[in-house]
Design a protein around this ligand. Sequence first.
Ligand code: SAM
Length: 433
Amino acid sequence: MPERIHFQNVIATFNHYAQYSLSANNRRRRDIYSLSREDQDTLDKLGYKKKLDEVDTAILANADFLAKIVENPEIFGLDPDEEEDPSPSIDPHQAPELQHSHSHDHGAAAGRSHDHEHSHSSGHGHHHSQDQHHNGGHGPGRKKYKPSEFDMDKLRSTLKQFVRDWTEEGAREREMCYQPLIDALVEFYPNTQSPEDRSKLRVLVPGAGLGRLAWDVAKLGMHFNFPDSYPFLSFQKGFSCQGNEFSHYMLLSSYFILNRTESIGQHRLYPYVHSFSNVPNRQAMLREVSLPDVSPSSLPPTSNFSLVAGDFEKIYGVESDPDEPQSGQWDAILTCFFIDTAKNIVNYLRIIHKILAPGGVWINLGPLLWHFENNSTNDLSIELDLEEVKALAREIGFEISNERDIDTTYTSNSQSMLGYVYKAAFWTATKVA
Ligand SMILES: C[S@@+](CC[C@H](N)C(=O)[O-])C[C@H]1O[C@@H](n2cnc3c(N)ncnc32)[C@H](O)[C@@H]1O
């Protein structure tokens, strides 16, 4: 599907969020009316209907937030104009039925995501792993795009990704995932005499999601410290850091949070209102999170932080731009829940190796939930086990150290009655050959 059409479909998904989600909630309301009068009264006593109204209100608040993200999509240089009807008028109680299913298993799909909140299956929420799989039409006169359950699932996952990256609530998950990567980076490149030295080191974060890890790396060490040998305050700089991401859901969202958000706690979200399963109580589902937990604009003007849009293999795997050489240009690459997005892990690792400077470091944390396993789109998928991945890395020219498992969640609702914990593999790999 052409990039422009795909982009328009993603915008359409943002714009249809309220209608779609209210409709799902309205189904619950209708189901009450199919019960006997007596049972309806019993549910009423529990406040179930009132809860449905509160969910509607939360959905509308989420929709306000999402509308802000896609307010000016033209900044992406792609024309969103073909999407007619940007915000369908909504009456929560009259929301039309949309064609989608609400089963918990997302069925056979082209791939998988790490977000498992909605799955009953054996630890695998089945999703398509790229945004590119859609039923959208093409070209002039194409019909108005009707987002699918797959699209909406992407959008709901994006809301949860906001929690992981930019809220207080996500701090625990970031501590489990991002901190070990940052600690290993700093251990590999310990503070040097001059603060300038560190900012010359170039760090790449492929599959950056909403950008927090990359931002933290650029911000790193923005504190005063008191070196023993130097009695005055010294000001450490972060690394020079570039994130890379190809999902339009993520790119639109990270652009908004990084460039259009001024103050801490400026926005509020209700990320857990989309599923009524495994909910211990009303508060667990309806709780509000505010974001961001830090001011994204607090990076000093001298810091070097960027997010590059596009496919990792296409941007870093080929020397397409003579002004932006890649081979041997990166001092560190941090992959967090990324390597299993590969169709061909051999190619991912070869690229990582090639673009690292001699002696450079690749630090990894993540599971091996091969996103393209059992895909229905005839995509290639090489699915190695952990030992094989490490053996492959050694074959390619890495020396692996610092290996361990790290138990961690991924965009989980900490108050849910269901929780998945990954035994994520962690290592530091130095380019030796
Ligand atoms: C499981 S998420 C992890 C996000 C983030 N690193 C974190 O830990 O929260 C994987 C991310 O990689 C992105 N991704 C997958 N394949 C990619 C590719 N070939 N190029 C760039 N980004 C990719 C996805 O869009 C997604 O945001």
